[in-house]
Design a protein around this ligand. Structure first.
Ligand code: UD1
Ligand code: CA
Length: 452
């Protein structure tokens, strides 16, 4: 039986190498903060309690944490005295918890739930401390995992404190670890700072647990999974790894990506089976696409719902509140914001539809603009089912166009139009027979005279 789990997320890092006004862990991967990813991970492994450790003055981090995990306790680590000191900032949460303890890092956002579950599985198999390790391409400054012949974890040696032989070890510490201890605080409080950095090392817990008769275990994962983000370059690398995984996942679920490397997904993108996504498409946060829709090249979406069988793009832009029903067509250079388009509605070319509704099978002609903003307020445009809006119409909101109505091309419509009516706004056409030919003859003569 799994015991109750308290997850402590270390999010205090200032991340000076990011060169940013934003705390490091609030930088985003796939539209969600790194902290948000790690909170979701904690949730995904079935944690019962969450503690987030932030640095002094990091109110933005506190706010982000509580928005994603309202039940979390947030603690401040006043001085950065090392990873053990950081965990002890959550002393109150640890003291009141009876069960396992998991330590995650908010700047290590790519770890999967499966990996953490494997780590917790080691506790189930009797380990008192389980550490997530990886074979480093370049072990550099990482802590080295020192193991016995039988694979049990004996100690973690920080690079600065290691002997040459220990530094030759390539199995490294990711930082992530899990504990099953009767008195975790007794172990954490025993950690000292007599080492090369003068820091309280969480890694010292391994030897202390062993001294008390506990067993240490290692779970090895891929190095990509434990990539720590300390710079913008590493942030981009993490984004690339995340995107690769997400693209593979949607393809495995039955989505065709013609050029996967050019499709950008967000943490919450949902795409149904048999959707085909052409090259160069960006899915911002909050987008879902139902089965069999076609997403044509060079489209940009955020906060939008795309119905089954819809045909979107190329070069379409869907903004928050675009809710498109079945078989809706939104074509090139069409922007839709906060508009619900019912089944079969079409806006195929060069339009702005903002704030309103479009009824089933209505047709919005090329160049139609919903004039939704008067400089102070936004207003709604409501178009009934089966209405036909002629090309290059300006629809000045607030406005209602009834079902089945026709709007003549080039009209500026400012008053409501009844169902099945025709509304048009244009001046009478003035036709002058033969005018063009006379004009050309006259001008040609003038030009010849001037050329002498
Ligand atoms: C730590 C590990 C090392 C491991 C490496 C993986 C220790 C002693 N060493 O080393 O074995 O290979 O991570 O990246 O744990 N933090 C705080 N408060 C502090 C100190 C650190 O919140 O007082 C946070 C940092 O923001 C960071 C994480 O803990 O997110 C790791 O700290 P860092 O100083 O980068 O540790 P390393 O020296 O890299
Ligand atoms: Ca006109």
């Amino acid at each position: 039986m799994a015991r109750p789990l308290l997850t402590v997320i270390l999010a205090a890092g200032k991340g000076t190498r990011m060169r940013s006004a934003l705390p490091k862990v609030l930088h985003r991967i796939a539209g969600r903060s790194m902290l948000g990813h790690v909170l979701a991970l904690a949730n995904g492994v079935g944690g019962d309690k969450l503690a987030v450790v932030v640095g002094p003055g990091m109110d933005a981090v506190r706010t982000d944490a509580l928005a994603a995990a309202p039940g979390a306790d947030v603690f401040v680590q006043e001085n950065q005295l090392g990873t053990a000191d950081a965990v002890l900032a959550a002393r109150e949460a640890i003291a009141s918890h009876r069960g396992d303890l998991l330590v995650l890092f908010a700047d290590t956002p790519l770890i999967t739930a499966e990996t953490v579950k494997a780590l917790l599985g080691e506790l189930e198999r009797g380990a008192s401390i389980a550490v997530l390790g990886f074979e480093a391409r370049d072990p550099g400054a990482y802590g080295r995992l020192l193991t016995a012949e039988d694979g049990t974890l004996v100690a973690i040696r920080e690079a600065k404190d290691a002997t040459e032989a220990e530094r030759a070890v390539r199995l490294c510490n990711s930082g992530v670890m899990a504990f099953r201890l009767d008195e975790p605080l007794a172990v954490l409080d025993e950690i000292g700072n007599a080492n090369a950095k003068g820091e309280y090392y969480l890694t010292d817990a391994v030897e202390l647990v062993r001294k008390r008769g506990g067993r240490g275990a290692v779970v090895v994962c891929d190095e990509d999974e434990v990539l720590g983000v300390n710079s913008r370059r590493e942030l981009a690398k993490a984004e690339a790894i995340w995107q690769r995984r997400a693209r593979n996942k949607v393809m495995d679920e039955g989505v065709t990506l013609i050029a996967p490397d050019t499709v950008w997904l967000s943490f919450d993108t949902v795409i149904g089976r048999d959707v085909v996504v052409e090259p160069n498409v960006f899915f911002g946060p909050g987008v879902s696409v139902d089965e069999c829709a076609e997403i044509k090249a060079n489209s940009y979406f955020e906060g939008a719902r795309i119905g089954e069988g819809a045909r979107i793009g190329p070069f379409a832009r869907l903004r928050p509140g675009a809710v498109l029903g079945r078989d809706v067509h939104v074509g090139n250079f069409v922007e839709v914001k906060n508009v619900a388009m019912a089944d079969g509605a079409k806006a195929n070319h060069l339009s702005y539809l903002g704030d309103g509704t479009v009824g089933a099978k209505a047709n919005i002609g090329a160049g139609t603009i919903f004039c939704n903003y008067d400089g102070f307020f936004k207003h709604k445009t409501e178009i009934g089912a089966g209405a036909f809006v002629g090309s290059n119409s300006s629809l000045v909101a607030p406005l209602k166009i009834g079902a089945g109505a026709y709007i003549g091309s080039g009209s500026v419509i400012t008053k409501d139009v009844a169902a099945d009516a025709l509304a048009l706004e244009r001046s009478d056409q003035d036709v002058r027979p033969g005018w063009a030919e006379k004009f050309r003859t006259m001008m040609a003569r003038r030009k010849a005279a001037a050329g002498k």
